[in-house]
Design a protein around this ligand. Structure first.
Ligand code: ARG
Ligand code: GLU
Length: 716
């Protein structure tokens, strides 16, 4: 008896600890909070109702959260359309307005009046009007006996119909996204505003302080924010840029709380997480961590090394390549962290244990057996088939398409048309492409990348995936990549702006031959051909089969663990994630506090190191302790960590307190927690937030843009 009781106790303890363990995991669809999550959120301190967060009928927090550009989140903070996002989200825009003479990247930019705000063609924000489950409509006339191809076709047709209905007679955008790996579908309706102007950005030495050295790391001191303003026409409706547009008046904007955070405080992040894959099997995790990440890391390392040397040697190249470099470095480092995290967490073993349970469960009755017993063996088979194609695909994207002249050559395909009207339009768009390409192009850098990556492709990819061009490199150039590069870059018209533009301007159907004989185009074409013939079809066929398994496996998991509340993988749709302000213990003997402050910036200060060169003005404020109302315990708070489950796309997301006030801007995760896209560990996974008080301090005391603070609603 005693034995049984102690056994039961252990079981209960395990259950409790596992419940507690996974407490902050999850990215929830806002419309499901009411039924699934609001009670738990309130038990953890949230004072809002589900209706305060997401409502179709009344203004709610969701009306203050937008998709910013192509892959970030932003939030409205004034009734005049003022918007906050990250510095790294506005980076491309800031860079486009910058030149050696007017270097906003280095010096920052502050519009002191609305007239000075800078317009940004191509940049938009999207407000979510509403979301709705449409599973039945999407799966109408879809049967389990259909082939996957037929199923896809039927589903796309149904989605088209839904989108047409949803956008009829209005100017909204509609998207249908699958949830739970094809088991459910949701419709999202957006309103897009296309006049978004740059209002302010701190110098990179603040907005990117710590640079790639500190990226993904804690303790962190980055003032990662930039400020924009959304403009609308006189009726507050979306409009293309016009001098007559007026600041947009949002349905809702965030009040800003200066009360600060304590350990354990409830926090919520509201935004657009891009992509996670939490329900993969051990086979997939193995492929990613052993056969994909290491190659991607190696290839990017090479590219970064080459770029960095050239950027260090020239200011012009530094400005041209800073945005590209940051983009490449970001996921390079993320994959390194992800692999370490997966290993430390024993992710593969954990997946295997779950799969063992699944197998037992799936074999426990004839009905289950018929539906689910085959899934895992099938997975195993398909991933081993997929692996070589996946490797070729990885190299295609991370080496061939990483060479800038190949990317550029590729764009010329749009001129291969016999329709004169199309040709005329495409010539125009090609001239624009060429202009922005060459603005940030340094041929010698690209040439070095070219030589290294073409070699690495050859050395690492099975010969069946070698494009024909390698024959030429072998026979004509004796595998001397330098000689081949000299030939391509000197003979191609696409490596030089003037020649390129002349070629585009004079392009007629007769030029198609010339294009096809251009060495850069030939190289690019050779890779594309190989990819289209030898990789894409096989990769897609296998993946279609895997998709079907995913759908059934997900369904099975949900059936097996019927008490668990599941969340769908991130897919750049609006989500709420909640947790608490929290410190962590990254490794044995080390404890990280949950916050940093200005003193830490001065500790890192080192004019010799580019990433840690603190601006004089900030030093002056520090020396004079000129902190104004932003002072806390003799310093200014800068960043804090919390246990919200976030991912790429959550950059710029509002971090919200229990009352729905803005307390910070999400901008990163800790390196030890980057495996959360595949498996979340509550002990290690932390999101990193810019404390709103540091933002206000910089805007007010550093930039002297107090008119922006006056526009906001500040709660003290
Ligand atoms: N790691 C952050 C994110 O994933 C910030 C990236 C930008 N910063 C950088 N140093 N590259 O987007
Ligand atoms: N910096 C990321 C972004 O651009 C957010 C960090 C993450 O991946 O969690 O969205």
């Amino acid at each position: 008896m005693k034995k049984i009781i102690s056994y039961l106790l252990v079981v209960i303890l395990i259950i409790i600890s596992s419940l507690k363990l996974r407490a902050d995991e999850g990215m929830w669809l806002p419309i499901l909070l009411e039924t699934l999550k609001i009670k738990d959120m309130q038990a953890k301190g949230c004072k809002l109702s589900a209706e305060d967060i997401y409502s179709v009928n009344n203004a709610s927090l969701k009306d203050a959260v937008v998709i910013f550009g192509g892959g970030c989140t932003g939030e409205l903070v004034s009734e005049k359309g003022l918007l906050i996002t990250n510095h790294h989200c506005g980076y491309g825009t800031i860079q486009k307005h910058s030149s050696v003479e007017k270097d906003y990247l280095t010096n920052g930019f502050w519009a002191m009046s609305q007239e000075e705000e800078l317009s940004n063609p191509g940049l938009s924000v999207k407000f979510l009007v509403r979301m709705e489950e449409v599973t039945d409509a999407v799966l109408k006339d879809v049967s389990e006996t259909m082939t996957e191809v037929m199923r896809h076709e039927k589903i796309s047709a149904n989605i088209d119909t839904l989108i047409k209905q949803a956008t009829k007679g209005n100017q909204y955008l509609a998207v249908v996204e699958s949830m739970f790996l094809g088991n459910n579908y949701y419709l999202f309706i957006y309103e897009e505003y296309k006049d978004v102007r740059l209002v302010g950005a701190p110098p990179s030495a603040i907005g990117k302080f710590g640079g790639d050295t500190d990226n993904w790391m804690w303790p962190r001191h980055t003032g990662d924010f930039s400020i924009f303003r959304v403009y609308a026409d006189k009726d507050n409706k979306p409009a293309e840029y016009s001098a007559d547009n007026v600041p947009y008046k949002p349905k809702k904007f965030f009040p800003i709380s200066m009360k600060g955070v304590k350990e354990g405080d409830f926090t919520m992040v509201f935004g657009y997480p891009g992509s996670t894959t939490e329900y993969l099997t051990s086979y997939a995790v193995k492929m990613i961590s052993e056969n994909e990440n290491p190659h991607q890391i190696k290839l990017r390392e090479k590219r970064l090394e080459i770029m960095k040397a050239d950027m260090d040697a020239s200011d012009k190249v530094r400005i041209q390549y800073s945005s590209k470099y940051a983009g490449i470095a970001n996921y390079w480092k993320k994959w390194i962290g992800e692999n370490r995290g997966l290993k430390k967490l024993d992710a593969i073993e954990k997946k295997e244990a779950l799969e063992e349970d699944f197998t037992k469960w799936a074999n426990s009755s004839p009905e289950l057996k018929a539906k689910y017993a085959n899934i895992l063996p099938e997975y195993k088979k398909l991933y081993s088939q997929l692996s070589p194609y996946n490797l070729a695909l990885t190299y295609f994207f991370e080496s061939a398409l990483a060479i800038e002249i190949i990317q550029f050559s590729n764009k010329f395909n749009r001129l291969k048309t016999h329709n004169s009207e199309t040709l005329k339009n495409n010539k125009e768009s090609m001239l624009n492409t060429s202009k922005s390409f060459f603005k940030d192009y340094n041929m010698p850098t690209d040439k070095k990348v070219f030589i290294s990556l073409l070699k690495m492709y050859k050395e690492n990819v099975p010969t069946e995936f070698l494009p024909k061009i390698y024959k030429l490199i072998e026979t004509k150039y004796n595998n001397d990549y330098q000689a081949y590069a000299d030939f391509v870059y000197s003979k191609s018209v696409l490596s030089n702006e003037e020649k390129s533009n002349a070629f585009i301007n004079n392009f007629t159907t007769k030029s198609i031959k010339k294009l096809e004989n251009d060495p850069a185009y030939q190289l690019s074409n050779s890779f594309i051909e190989m990819y289209m013939e030898k990789v894409k079809p096989y990769f897609e066929t296998i993946n279609n089969q895997i998709d079907s398994l995913h759908r059934h496996y997900m369904k099975g998991l949900m059936e097996m663990q019927s008490d668990k509340i599941f969340y769908p993988d991130a897919n750049f749709t609006m989500r709420v994630t909640y947790g608490k302000v929290d410190d962590y213990y990254p490794r044995d003997g080390v404890h990280y506090k949950f916050y940093t402050n200005l003193d830490g910036i001065m500790e890192k200060d080192n004019p010799e190191i580019y990433d840690y060169d603190v601006p004089d003005k900030l030093k002056e404020l520090y020396i004079n302790k000129d902190y104004g109302q932003y002072e806390v315990d003799g310093s200014v708070p800068v960043c804090f960590t919390a246990s919200n489950h976030t991912t790429g796309g959550n950059s710029g997301s509002p971090v919200i307190d229990a009352d729905g006030n803005l307390i910070g801007v999400n901008f990163d995760r800790n390196w030890e927690g980057t495996m959360s896209d595949i498996m979340y560990d509550p002990n290690q996974c932390r999101n990193i937030t810019l404390d709103i008080r540091y933002l206000l301090f910089i805007v007010d005391k550093f930039a002297g843009a107090s008119h922006l603070i006056d526009e906001m609603t500040i709660i003290k």
